[in-house]
Design a binder for this molecule. Structure first.
Ligand code: ZN
Length: 182
């Protein structure tokens, strides 16, 4: 098990793989996890699997949507139960969640760049599985896709007071309230 910043190797020995960075010739871990050496590719990487002892099922995390595909999106986690973390966690949010109550034709519940609060529902295989199924979870801050201003709450939707644009999201119950409570 390594912690972020731990020295893993020197760059003459290995190439930096995932969750590893080159710190002027020293390869260091970017996240908590276990070290994996691929001797064929001469690559050293860290499998971020240590979350189990730092995160637990039922925790609330907040972060930003980094990638959004059709079925899932990746969330960079910056807060765990309201406290800031610099552990470099990334969670996986299944985008089907939260859709049931919004109707089958609802658009994506989150979009790239949204700030979201999620609940950890599984840590299976070292992957942080996130859900946005309860009232407390969902988008807590989002920018208008049209003009880039912060969206406000307009009923069940997110509305831009600047340009009138209305966007669908799975909103947390406190969406639009400032200051944001992670
Ligand atoms: Zn707008």
């Amino acid at each position: 098990m390594v912690m972020p910043g731990d020295k893993l190797a020197v760059s003459e020995e290995f190439l930096p793989g995932s969750h590893v960075y080159d710190d002027s010739g020293l390869l260091r871990a970017l996240s908590v996890g276990t070290v994996l050496k691929d001797l064929k590719k001469r690559e050293i990487s860290v499998t971020a699997a240590a979350q189990a002892n730092l995160l637990k099922v039922g925790d609330y995390v907040a972060g930003q949507v980094e990638t959004a595909a059709t079925s899932n999106s990746s969330v960079a986690i910056y807060y765990v139960n309201g406290k800031q973390t610099d552990k470099g966690f990334a969670g996986m949010l299944m985008l089907r969640s939260g859709r049931r109550e919004r109707g089958p034709r609802a658009g994506p519940p989150v979009r790239l760049g949204d700030v979201v609060r999620c609940r950890v529902f599984s840590l299976l295989n070292g992957i942080i599985h996130l859900s946005i199924d309860d009232d407390r979870t969902g988008v807590i801050f989002a920018l208008c896709g049209n003009c880039g201003r912060p969206l406000q709450k307009g009923g069940n939707r997110a509305k831009c007071v600047e340009c009138g644009n209305v966007e669908e999201r799975k909103l947390a119950s406190d969406f639009g309230r400032t200051p944001i409570q992670p």
